[in-house]
Design a protein around this ligand. Structure first.
Ligand SMILES: *[C@@H]1O[C@H](CO)[C@@H](O)[C@H](O)[C@H]1NC(C)=O
Ligand SMILES: *[C@@H]1O[C@H](CO)[C@@H](O)[C@H](O)[C@H]1NC(C)=O
Ligand SMILES: *[C@@H]1O[C@H](CO)[C@@H](O)[C@H](O)[C@H]1NC(C)=O
Ligand SMILES: *[C@@H]1O[C@H](CO)[C@@H](O)[C@H](O)[C@H]1NC(C)=O
Ligand SMILES: *[C@@H]1O[C@H](CO)[C@@H](O)[C@H](O)[C@H]1NC(C)=O
Length: 911
């Protein structure tokens, strides 16, 4: 509930920036426009990958060569791309890539030397007079059948292949559409978020962080509220401090070595340890109780939202905002191209490739039409041949030769153009395939290599970006690595104990802050669920209070047998005296004491000196001076003489007397114990504060012995055993008082901490941080990358590769078609030429020309002799004119010179 509340607060409070909003709207519109409503057909990844590898070389040769060159240039070495390519490219690969363009070039060259022979019959005849033959087989059915079958077969293949290529237009368009779709989605998801992928969106995230950092500014409403609640509940701190310290001080009294084993007096405190054990129970009760949990919540919240810690937290939030801002900018910059509606954007650039105005399909269709046209021309030519070829018996009608020549030329040009287009496409897809393979196989390692070879200096930011790209986008990264940006972004640790260490955003925000606060609240909830609110009347406390009130410490110091045995004098003391306490009378211990002590019978000093001690089953041990004259004033004075006794008895008497005088009586009278008292606030050190003076009025506790800084202090002083006993016993009342105080405080302030403080802190800090961190899953980037590579590479580039191969095949198959048509043309041409007059050959014409020139020269000489008689000289003039026209006419095929003219020319020659 808090989470929802917090999110609502954040999202409504932070208005979106208009620029971003515009970009978002564009992205949404594009998602609608590009992303198809239907399922895209499945991609055959194996086949598509094979296509890419085919275009780029199996190990991405061109890309590797580029990297090598760049790296070499980086190192200052001289290595050009060609050398690198030569080293890495296998000849077969190079031949496959270069052949189509080479063929196109070759055909172009050959055209200049050969094809005009074809189109210019005269020239052909000039060169190939030897070939002028009247081919007999031209009419034979087998030959014609061979022509027809081979031509139809080839034409069919060409048409089929070019038709096959039109199939790819869908994949290309889908690929480009998909590229637009996934880019638009990326922008949209990145900026606005994608809840189903666990990404909250850079903009909302930034806004949340902004709100967070604002609420962490000094003087913010959030901090003021927290401060207000903390100070309203500071009575808790007083109560917890006084109780905790009081328990600790009692513990330390009981554990004090001076109290447990007064140095040099060979006595042990019998009650200290059992009491200490019982006290541990109370301490546990307190430690696990609601009161301490409440105070820990307060103090955790206080320490997280105070001073340096708050400044660190604020800095972390600010630091996190920066990369988010950069990421957003970068995202819009890098992918904005795909989304932008401007002229240089992806949309405009691809209008010719996708959508209604797409030229992809029309262009592919145009190729199909062209191939059909070529085939039809060829068929017409063959038809003309079949119908009109005379089999060498007489010259063919000119249409046979003309038709096959023009069909052959067209096919030749078609083949050349297809080689050219196919070759260009091959090169383009080679580069595209290389880029695509690099994209598909992208990971941190390859990214580093790429950046290194491009000379981008490695910096923390670049490395972070690479790591992010690797984790978020790479299609190769492990399935189980985290895809949460909060675990990837790293900042210098704020903790001064680890200078130079880097911490992830999650560690800085959650582990150090939110989780800690969260944990204390969890502890509190657990305590509230399982522990009693009030402790003052708890049986465990009642028990220890019973122990404390009924303990008589003088009866609790017993001789230490081991130390006595080791002592040179005292070891002669009879063991029954070992159980004598330092109390004058015997004492039956009360049954309220811990079980080891309860109801024990402890002999006193009187028994030791005078009355004797019962030893249970054995004989009664008499006192040291049972019958003699002596002075015994317990515990001040003992005077008596052991002289009367026999030796062993006397020795033990002396030892016992010495032990009593030297080790027992001083314990009672000397201040060899340690007492602890609570210091009265504001009074000179050493002034006791009497907790019994604490009282409750109108629901408020007065005079709690707590300093204004909400702590209590204790002072220690030497004391004798009576004061020590009193000191310990007074804890019975003290504990009761302060636990009542604690209970009242807890009951009064519980809700303010457990509910009000929690609502504020969770609403403004803990939940936003957690939902922010949970909302940073960047898997959506992987789906973008996958979509992009699928569309751009596995669909578009792969399809272009298919088309380029098909076109190269079409071109290759067109060449044999040219050959078939050439055979037909050749047969027809040779036959025709063979029938034609020899004057049609260049040799004949050259002779004619030579004689004509001669004749003119002669005539000029004659004119010089008789200039007056010019009437007959005009007559032969038309003949040379015709002869001169002859070669010029030869340029135009199908315009043979008439035999009449030839005869005239000959007669002119014979003149
Ligand atoms: C929106 O943010 C861009 C940078 O992201 C900033 O240049 C522009 O001034 C902001 N506009 C508004 C209205 O805040
Ligand atoms: C008692 O004191 C000893 C040392 O004087 C210390 O090691 C021990 O932890 C103390 N016990 C408690 C319960 O405070
Ligand atoms: C996670 O990936 C690592 C390899 O990077 C592997 O050693 C580990 O076993 C994987 N853990 C799981 C739960 O798959
Ligand atoms: C307690 O309340 C009574 C009456 O309501 C008032 O007279 C007295 O002054 C109050 N005491 C304190 C310490 O506020
Ligand atoms: C609280 O005040 C007392 C007396 O002024 C001082 O002795 C003590 O050290 C203070 N405690 C803290 C934690 O500041």
């Amino acid at each position: 509930m808090f989470k929802a509340l917090a999110l609502t607060i954040f999202l409504t409070c932070s208005a979106r920036n208009e620029t971003d909003q515009a970009m978002l709207d564009q992205a949404s519109a594009l998602v609608d426009k590009y992303c198809p409503q239907y399922e895209m057909p499945e991609i055959d990844y194996d086949q598509a990958r094979k296509n890419l590898e085919l275009s780029a070389g199996e190990d991405n040769i061109v890309y590797n060569a580029l990297l090598q060159t760049a790296a070499a240039v980086q190192d200052g070495e001289m290595q050009d791309l060609v050398t690198a390519l030569q080293e890495s490219v296998r000849p077969v690969f190079a031949v496959r890539k270069a052949t189509p363009l080479f063929m196109a070039f070759l055909l172009w060259i050959v055209w200049h030397f050969a094809c005009w022979f074809i189109c210019c019959p005269g020239c052909m005849r000039c060169c190939c007079c030897c070939c002028q033959r009247k081919w007999k087989f031209g009419r034979s059915v087998a030959f014609q059948l061979l022509l027809w079958v081979s031509f139809l077969f080839l034409a069919g293949l060409v048409i089929a292949l070019s038709t096959l290529s039109t199939e790819e237009h869908q994949e290309i368009e889908m690929g480009i559409q998909g590229t637009g779709c996934f880019s638009a989605r990326l922008v949209h998801d990145a900026v606005a978020g994608n809840p189903s992928m666990g990404f909250v969106g850079l903009l909302p995230a930034w806004n949340m962080l902004d709100a967070l950092s604002q609420s962490l500014e000094p003087g913010s409403a959030f901090l003021e509220d927290v401060r207000g609640l903390l100070s309203a509940t500071d009575e808790l701190e007083r109560a917890v401090n006084i109780v905790g310290d009081m328990l600790a001080t009692l513990q330390s009294l009981l554990n004090d070595s001076q109290n447990q084993r007064p140095a040099g007096y060979l006595h042990n405190c019998a009650a200290c340890e059992p009491l200490s054990t019982a006290l541990a129970e109370v301490i546990r009760l307190f430690d696990e109780g609601v009161a301490l949990a409440l105070q820990q919540v307060r103090s955790e919240v206080n320490s997280q939202l105070d001073g340096d810690t708050l400044a660190n937290l604020r800095r972390t939030v600010q630091q996190t905002k920066e990369p988010l801002e950069t990421m957003k900018e970068q995202m819009l910059q890098q992918v904005g191209y795909f989304v932008s509606e401007a002229d240089d954007g992806f949309q405009t650039a691809t209008t010719s490739l996708v959508g209604e105005s797409s030229v992809v399909y029309p262009s592919l269709l145009a190729v199909v039409l062209a191939s059909c046209g070529v085939a039809i021309l060829g068929i017409l030519a063959l038809l003309a041949y079949s119908l009109c070829h005379r089999g060498g018996e007489e010259p063919d009608p000119c249409c046979v030769c003309t038709c096959s020549a023009s069909a052959m030329c067209t096919t030749y040009i078609f083949a050349g153009i297809m080689f050219f287009i196919g070759g260009i496409l091959l090169l383009v897809t080679m580069v595209g395939g290389g880029v695509c393979l690099a994209m598909v196989d992208f990971d941190e390692q390859s990214g580093q290599t790429l950046l290194q070879s491009l000379g981008v200096p490695a910096s923390d930011n670049v490395n972070m970006a690479l790591r992010m790209a690797d984790r978020c986008m790479s299609l190769k990264s492990e399935g189980n690595t985290t895809r949460n940006v909060a675990d990837i972004l790293e900042f210098p640790a704020t903790s001064p104990s680890y200078p130079g260490e880097m911490s992830t955003a999650r560690e800085l925000l959650a582990d150090l802050v939110a989780s800690k606060i969260d944990e204390t609240f969890l502890v509190l909830e657990e305590a509230m669920a399982s522990q009693p609110l009030r402790l003052a009347d708890n049986p465990i406390l009642a028990q220890i209070r019973g122990y404390l009130g009924s303990v008589n410490f003088k009866a609790m110091y017993w001789p230490n047998p081991a130390e006595i045995q080791a002592h040179s004098t005292y070891k002669a003391m009879p063991p029954p005296y070992y159980v004598v306490s330092v109390l004058c009378q015997d004492l039956q211990l009360p049954d309220q004491l811990p079980s080891v002590l309860a109801n024990a019978y402890v002999p006193g000093l009187n028994s030791m000196v005078v009355d004797g001690i019962s030893t249970g089953s054995g004989p009664r041990m008499p006192g040291i001076f049972p019958a003699q004259d002596m002075t015994w004033n317990c515990p001040i004075r003992l005077e008596g003489d052991c002289a009367d006794s026999n030796l062993p008895l006397r020795e033990s008497c002396e030892a016992s007397k010495a032990f009593l005088l030297e080790r027992k009586l001083p314990l009672i009278t000397l201040p060899i114990f340690r007492c602890r008292y609570i210091q009265l606030p504001g009074a000179p050190p050493g002034t006791k504060c009497n907790i019994e003076n604490m009282y409750k009025e109108n629901g408020t506790w007065i005079n709690s012995c707590v300093h204004p800084n909400r702590t209590v202090t204790f002072f220690e002083q030497d004391c004798d055993i009576s004061e020590f006993e009193e000191n310990i016993q007074s804890f019975e009342m003290w504990l009761y008082k302060i636990f009542q105080y604690l209970d009242d405080t807890v009951v009064e302030l519980l809700n303010q901490v457990a509910t009000d403080l929690k609502a504020i802190v969770y609403g403004h800090l803990v939940d936003p941080v957690f939902s922010l961190l949970d909302g940073f899953d960047c898997s959506f980037m992987e789906s973008f990358w996958k979509g992009l590579t699928d569309s751009l590479c596995f669909r578009s580039v792969s399809s272009f590769q298919v088309i380029s191969s098909l076109y190269v095949w079409v071109a290759s198959l067109s060449l044999p078609m040219v050959a078939v048509l050439y055979v037909a043309w050749r047969v027809s041409r040779d036959t025709t030429d063979a029938f034609a007059d020899s004057s049609q050959t260049v040799v004949t014409r050259a002779l004619v020309l030579k004689n004509e020139l001669k004749r003119r020269a002669t005539r000029r000489a004659a004119e010089g002799q008789n200039a007056a008689s010019s009437s007959w000289a005009e007559a032969p003039a038309p003949a040379p004119a015709v002869a001169a026209v002859g070669p010029a006419e030869g340029l135009a095929p199908g315009a043979p010179v008439s035999p009449a003219q030839t005869v005239e020319a000959r007669s002119a020659f014979s003149l």
